[in-house]
Design a protein around this ligand. Sequence first.
Ligand SMILES: Nc1ncnc2c1ncn2[C@@H]1O[C@H](COP(=O)(O)OP(=O)(O)OP(=O)(O)O)[C@@H](O)[C@H]1O
Ligand SMILES: [Mg+2]
Length: 341
Amino acid sequence: MKENIAEFRNVVIDYELRKYSLRAVNGFSMPVKRGKITALVGESGSGKTTIASSLLASISEPGRVIAGEIIFFDEDKEINVTKLDEKEINAFRWEKVSMVFQGAQSALNPVIKIFDQFYETLQVHNNYKPHHERINLTKEVALQKVTKLLEFVNLDVDRVLKAYPHELSGGMKQRVMIAFSLLCDPQVIILDEPTTALDVITQDFIFSILKRINEEMGIAMLLLTHDIAIVSKYADYIGVMYGGSLMEYGEVEAVFEARNHPYTLGLINSTPSIHGAIDNLKPIPGVPPDILNLPKGCPFAPRCDKCMDICKEKHPDNYDVKGTLVKCFLYQDQSLKGNKA
Ligand SMILES: Nc1ncnc2c1ncn2[C@@H]1O[C@H](COP(=O)(O)OP(=O)(O)OP(=O)(O)O)[C@@H](O)[C@H]1O
Ligand SMILES: [Mg+2]
């Protein structure tokens, strides 16, 4: 089986607004490794949610993939996600790839009890299947499946199933959403800021559950977060985004240790949880990029203390630095030695 469960290949995504087009993702290429946790980090607006939701064919309106390919490697075939029609999308979404959306707790329907929300979703997806694959989905069958999932996320099944969403705490609702994302046995789950707005202890508890889901069920995860400390604790691979581009990608340990890209270095130096003393914190000077007015060359050039003339003129390629891909001209000499990615 292929090592990658999915691949983004040179993906460009625009939000086509009435007066202009906004390029939220600009030539993004990255693998998602089967059974591993891949984190995608970057400042607000760098394009994390946009690129991740394209893997689910769920970019919010008016977003469109205007170039590139998103490939999902199913057991026996390649699925080109951008080419799916509506019927195929219904069968793909949640069954191959699911997503816990940013602020997902509010996605629960406030007037329907939790069990009924699960049951309805199971029914809808059973009906998407071809006739010969449909099961006789009684309430008992659904209850068995849902019970297993709620137990897996450490919830008190009897209480939660009968509850309305407002009767549950934020951490409980988030665990319900995680159980929801598992409902159709996906191979990849996208987690968009799964613990923002939760306290640190609840946050840690939820991540330990996610890690268990990853390890015991073998489900790959794409974790979108601002939190470098969470990445170093739980993720296997990391992609660093800036202004719609992937600036660096590799194994977490290698990326954190080498800190090749000046933006990666800045991001780590400005993170309090990695450095002990608050005095050592060095925020990245300047402001996040205006994606309507990106510079001609590297998007990070205006804030980069290692900026060279070429950086202002041209977009860097990806250079392979000991197995880590770095989009930065500082490393182009290594590519001339035959190391270009
Ligand atoms: N539905 C939309 N319509 C128009 N523009 C959008 C839409 N959704 C996102 N954008 C724009 O696309 C860019 C990327 O946004 P995106 O939400 O993907 O970033 P993000 O990295 O997920 O940010 P955050 O960390 O705040 O969640 C931003 O400039 C944003 O304003
Ligand atoms: Mg987002």
